[in-house]
Design a protein around this ligand. Structure first.
Ligand code: URA
Length: 435
C-alpha cells in the first residue's frame, strides 16, 4: 500500500477499507509516514468525511496502536471514564474525576492537550509543579488499584496514534470534523479500559460542533461506538456559547477547579460537574439514578473527600500537594488588565470562541505542533449571559506576561460581547442526554 493512494482515494470521496485504515495507523504510529502526508490525509478526511464503518475502523485502529487496558482483573471497584469534546474554560475533569473517585468508582482518564481555541486537561495539570501526566500502562493499573484515580496523557503505551494525529490536527485546521473527533475521543476511552463512559458533547460557538444538530450527530456516533465495543456509554449535550466557569487559561483554570473542589467555585461550573458526576455514578452502579448520584457528589464536595482525592492524585503523579491547599502559590501572570462595560443593559453575548481565541493570543494555546504555551496567562470573565450590566461593571480581566499581546486579545474578546437594552435570558447549561 502507498499513503499517496489513500490520500487520493479519500480526496476523491471514496470509502477507505478497514485494512487500509489499519495499515495507515500502524505505519503512522511507527513513524514511517511523514507529517505532510498525514496532514494531507487529515484534510481529505475533513472535507470528504467518513461513514460509520470507516469511523469505527479508525477508532479501533488508534485504540489498538497501543495497549488496551483490561482493568477488570486489577481493579475491584467499578471503573468509569468521561471525556469532553472540548470547550473554553472547561476544567470539568479536574473536579469530576476526584468527586466520582471519592464516591467509590475508579476513574482512569486519558486526557488531551489544548486543541485550537479549546483548553486541555494535561496543560492545566502541568501548572502543578512536579506533576507528570506521562503514565505507563503499569502505573495506570497500579494507581487505579491503589487510589482509584489517574489522569494521564497518551504515551507510547496508550493510543499513541491518537496522540500524534491530535497534535497534527491542532495545527492543520482539521479539528472540527465529526468522525475525527469521535475516533480521537473513543480510541482513548477504549484504550483506557473503563466499563462505562460519560461523554460531554459541547454545542455552541466555542464548541467544535457549533449547532445542536451536529452535536447530536457526534453524540449518537460516539455512543454507538462505545456501546459497540461493550462499554456502557452515554452523552450529555452541554452548552458552550459562553465559557464554563469564569477562568480561561491553565493556571487560572486549575485554581478555579480547586476552588470548586473546596465546595465553592462558580455556580455554573459546580452544577455542570455535579450533573456529570451524578451520571457517572449511575453508570458505575453506585447510585440508582443520576439524581441520587448527584446527591452523593454534593456530599463529596461538602465533606472534603473530593479535594482529598485530588491531593492524592497530585502526589501519586509526582506533583506538590502544597499547591492543592494553597493555590495562591501557583505561578501567576505579571500584568492584569480589567475591561469594564461602557453601557448599561443586559449581557446578550460573551462568546466563548472569542474568549478562547483571545486567551490563545495571550499565549495560553499553541500556534504550532508541540509548541510552547504560557501556563500563567488567560482571561477571567466576570459576567454571564443574561446578567444586568451597569456602566463601569467589570466584564473581563486579562492576565498577560507580555504587554504587546493585550491590545489584540482585548479586541478579540470585545468582538464577542454584546450588551442590549432589552432583557436577555440566561443560557441553559445542558440540552439533552443521549443514552
Ligand atoms: N477531544 C479529543 O480528545 N479529541 C478531539 O478530536 C477533540 C476533543
Amino acid at each position: 500500500m502507498r499513503t499517496v493512494d489513500l490520500i487520493t482515494k479519500k480526496r476523491d470521496g471514496k470509502e477507505l477499507s478497514s485494512a487500509e485504515i489499519e495499515w495507515f495507523v500502524q505505519q503512522f504510529t511507527a513513524g514511517k509516514i511523514p507529517d505532510y502526508q498525514v496532514a494531507a490525509l487529515a484534510m481529505a478526511l475533513y472535507f470528504q468525511g467518513m461513514n460509520a464503518h470507516e469511523t469505527t475502523a479508525l477508532t479501533l485502529a488508534m485504540a489498538n496502536s497501543g495497549e488496551i487496558l483490561d482493568l477488570s482483573s486489577t481493579v475491584a471497584i467499578p471503573t468509569v471514564d468521561k471525556h469532553s469534546t472540548g470547550g473554553v474554560g472547561d476544567k470539568t475533569t479536574l473536579v469530576v474525576a476526584p468527586i466520582v473517585s471519592a464516591c467509590g468508582a475508579a476513574v482512569g482518564k486519558m486526557s488531551g492537550r489544548g486543541l485550537g481555541h479549546s483548553g486541555g486537561t494535561l496543560d492545566k495539570l502541568d501548572a502543578i509543579p512536579g506533576f507528570s501526566s506521562d503514565v505507563s500502562s503499569n502505573q495506570f493499573r497500579s494507581q487505579m488499584r491503589n487510589i482509584g484515580i489517574v489522569l494521564a496523557g497518551q504515551s507510547a503505551d496508550l493510543a499513541p496514534a491518537d496522540g500524534k494525529l491530535y497534535a497534527l490536527r491542532d495545527v492543520t485546521g482539521t479539528i472540527d470534523s465529526i468522525p475525527l473527533i469521535a475516533s480521537s475521543i473513543m480510541s482513548k476511552k477504549i484504550a483506557g479500559g473503563a466499563q462505562a463512559i460519560v461523554l460531554d458533547v459541547k454545542t455552541g460557538n466555542g464548541a467544535f460542533t457549533p449547532t445542536l444538530e451536529t452535536a447530536r450527530r457526534l453524540a449518537h456516533l460516539m455512543v454507538a461506538i462505545g456501546n459497540h465495543t461493550g462499554r456502557h456509554t452515554i452523552a450529555v449535550i452541554s452548552d458552550m456559547n459562553q465559557t464554563l466557569g469564569n477562568a480561561v487559561g491553565n493556571v487560572l483554570e486549575l485554581a478555579e477547579a480547586i476552588d470548586t473542589l473546596r465546595d465553592a467555585g462558580p455556580p455554573d461550573l459546580r452544577s455542570h460537574c455535579l450533573l456529570l458526576a451524578g451520571q457517572m455514578l449511575r453508570l458505575a452502579g453506585i447510585a440508582q439514578d443520576a439524581a441520587s448520584g448527584q446527591l452523593l457528589a454534593e456530599e463529596a464536595l461538602a465533606n472534603g473527600s473530593a479535594l482529598e482525592k485530588f491531593r492524592a492524585l497530585v502526589t501519586a503523579q509526582g506533583g506538590d500537594g502544597l499547591y492543592v491547599d494553597e493555590p495562591k502559590k501557583l505561578s501567576a501572570a505579571t500584568i492584569t488588565k480589567t475591561v469594564k462595560a461602557k453601557d448599561d443593559g443586559f449581557l446578550a453575548r460573551m462568546d466563548a470562541i472569542n474568549i478562547g481565541k483571545a486567551a490563545t493570543m495571550l499565549g495560553a494555546g499553541r500556534e504550532r505542533k508541540n509548541g510552547p504555551i504560557d501556563l500563567d496567562v488567560g482571561i477571567v470573565v466576570h459576567q454571564k449571559v443574561g446578567a444586568r450590566i451597569n456602566r463601569g461593571d467589570k466584564l473581563f480581566t486579562i492576565h498577560a506576561n507580555n504587554s504587546k499581546n493585550i491590545k489584540n486579545a482585548r479586541a478579540e474578546a470585545m468582538a464577542g460581547i454584546e450588551i442590549k437594552t432589552e432583557k436577555v435570558f440566561e443560557l441553559p447549561l445542558h440540552h439533552d442526554v443521549v443514552e
